[in-house]
Design a protein around this ligand. Structure first.
Ligand code: DAH
Length: 344
């Protein structure tokens, strides 16, 4: 009997030693199997009980139970401890994870040309004291047409050009000019806003047309606004965008229902001085429309045309980008072609 007692003590102390030396979850698992497993050292002590007398069973039964339970508890405590340590270690190495580390062969992302150009124009206009305005792409016919003095029978209203929605009186805006009205109805003059965004036209796609493109709209309303201020502003922001101090603009008479007089704006060809294929050998390229805000448009915006006047301009951002970066096909600009986009 003495022997069983010694056995119990031996198993207990070698379990404690093994437990102490188990410094990883793998080592701990080995210890568990060796001592607490189905065929482990503790399990092997159990059959010895059955050869004992009743009295001896009463003495050693509880001793064996205590050994088993206390060993299991010690094992679970150690397991929790090791799991916590491992968790802390993982957390620590996550903390040292360097997202900026160089990884060979990785592809670097870049901002899309539209994002770059939008940010550039917004910076230019903010530096001129403008605020940046925004308007919805799904627009009411009133803001897109009527309020801009575009009459019912104007060609722009044709089904050929406009995406009419199934919602009553709603269209995809065909230009950014409705932002003019929205601004006048919410801000009092003097005001100066620029707005960049997407516009939609119902037309077939080719190298220079798409059903969606981007425009830049400007509106200034104050007392005694003049065409020279308008032309000076246009020359300035085009010059800054193309990074050309000597960029020139010229105005030709043009018709837009929301301005009077209306102007077509050309700029000097950014690629030549004597004429090239881009400017069809004229040295000028057409870039946008502009003019002095029509009195009826001011009225629609709740502004008294006897007291205030204004200028407005609208340019094709898509066209400006295609010119600046010499992109010959709008479909490339609107594609997700990473080989193309990587260049910028
Ligand atoms: N909204 C016109 C278009 O899409 C462009 C335009 C012309 C805007 C003259 C203006 C403007 O603000 O004054 O073709």
């Amino acid at each position: 009997m003495k022997q069983l007692k010694l056995e119990i003590e031996r198993v207990q102390s070698s379990f404690q030693t093994a437990l102490m030396q188990s410094n990883s979850l793998e080592a701990l698992e080995m210890t568990r199997v060796t001592f607490l497993g189905r065929k482990g050292e503790i399990a092997q002590l159990m059959p010895l009980l059955k050869d004992l007398s009743q009295d001896e069973k009463r003495e050693f039964g509880p001793l064996l139970n205590v050994l088993k339970e206390s060993s299991e508890r010690a094992y679970f405590d150690k397991q929790t401890l090791l799991q916590n340590l491992e968790y802390e270690k993982a957390e620590e190495s996550d903390k040292n994870f360097d997202v900026t580390a160089y990884k060979p062969g990785s592809v670097k992302g870049s901002l899309h040309l539209y994002t770059q150009a939008t940010q550039r124009f917004e910076d230019i206009f903010i530096s001129l004291g403008y605020t940046i305005a925004d308007g919805p792409e799904v627009e009411t016919e009133f803001y897109n047409f009527e309020a801009l003095n575009i009459p019912e029978n104007h060609p722009a209203r044709d089904m050929q050009d406009t995406f009419f929605l199934k919602l009553p009186y709603m269209v995809l805006r065909t230009h950014t000019s409705p932002v003019q009205i929205r601004t006048m109805l919410t801000q009092k003059p003097p005001l100066a806003i620029a707005s960049l965004g997407r516009v939609f036209r119902y037309e077939a796609t080719d190298a220079s047309h798409d059903f969606m493109f981007r425009q830049l709209e400007g509106l200034v309303v104050d007392k005694n606004i003049s065409i020279s201020q308008l032309l000076g502003t246009i020359r300035l922001f085009l010059g800054q965008f193309f990074e050309k101090d000597d960029l020139q603009v010229r105005a030709r008479p043009g018709y837009f229902p929301f301005v009077e007089p209306g102007l077509e704006i050309d700029m000097s060809c950014p690629f030549c001085t004597k004429g090239c294929s881009t400017c069809s050998h004229t040295r000028w390229v057409e870039m946008g429309g502009a003019g002095l805000v029509h009195p009826r448009v001011l009225e629609h915006g709740g502004i008294d045309p006897k007291e205030y006047s204004g200028f407005a301009f609208g340019f094709g951002v898509t066209r400006l980008i295609m010119f600046k970066y010499r992109i010959h096909d709008i479909r490339l600009l609107h594609s997700a072609d990473s080989e193309f986009l990587k260049q910028f």
